[in-house]
Design a protein around this ligand. Structure first.
Ligand code: AMP
Length: 205
């Protein structure tokens, strides 16, 4: 997708804003991983992405960094009402926790990104309170996300960036109908990134 020049120039060649580059340096990230080199430039340009990447290859940062830069782009954001502008769908509670911790870690400066994890097994009242306070991004498992959409406790009207993280796992876990319903409820004008360990036909579909 991108030529070798992006990799040669490290993170600086991928189009990220200086504050994110400083955060990455502070975290000790020296070079982007292959999936980061492939995914970050097109996502920053607003394109959709179908990426193949296993856990441990740096796939979280591959979608998180462009997500942050896109949802906080001052040219696009009309207000700071904190109606969620990004939705990340993940198969498990563990991954929901991991991704919801990673986003504010990357996005604390200059964005002060707020993220709420939403997953089954946690008291829904706690999630409702957090959602009412307003958030920039939601990281959710499909069953619970669908539940909130039915209760109208998640407002998807401002979501412009959607990530399907490990969709193969989500399908294996029987979330196909929930995923379908969530995607139907999202605004059609949005960017979608899909990162899967496998590219089975049903994932592509
Ligand atoms: P992930 O594949 O997203 O689960 O990431 C695996 C681990 O690699 C996480 O602990 C990240 O913090 C770390 N990581 C991601 N990208 C880089 C990078 N470019 N350089 C060093 N570590 C990284």
């Amino acid at each position: 997708m991108t030529g070798p020049s992006a990799a040669d120039a490290g993170f600086a060649g991928l189009g990220l804003v200086p504050e994110l580059l400083e955060t990455l340096t502070a975290l000790g990230y020296e070079e982007p991983t292959p999936i980061q080199c492939e995914a970050i430039p097109p996502l920053l340009q607003g394109r959709d992405l179908l990426g193949q990447a296993a856990t441990g290859t740096g796939k979280t940062a591959a979608f998180a960094l462009p997500l942050l830069q896109r949802i906080h782009d001052p040219a696009r954001v009309g207000d700071d009402s904190r109606t969620p502008r990004a939705l990340v769908l993940v198969p498990t509670r563990e991954l929901a926790m991991q991704v919801s911790e990673a986003l504010p870690r990357y996005g604390h400066r200059p964005f002060d990104t707020s993220v709420v994890p939403v997953y089954g097994g946690q008291a829904i009242q706690q999630q409702l309170r957090a959602l009412r306070r307003g958030v920039d991004a939601i990281v959710a498992t499909p069953g619970r996300a669908h539940d909130h959409i039915r209760r109208r406790s998640i407002d998807l009207s401002e979501v412009r960036f959607v990530v399907l993280d490990e969709p193969d796992e989500m399908l294996d876990m029987g979330f196909a109908d929930d995923l379908e319903a969530i995607l139907d409820a999202l605004p059609s004008e949005r960017q979608t990134a899909l990162l899967s360990a496998t590219m089975a036909p049903r994932v592509r579909a």
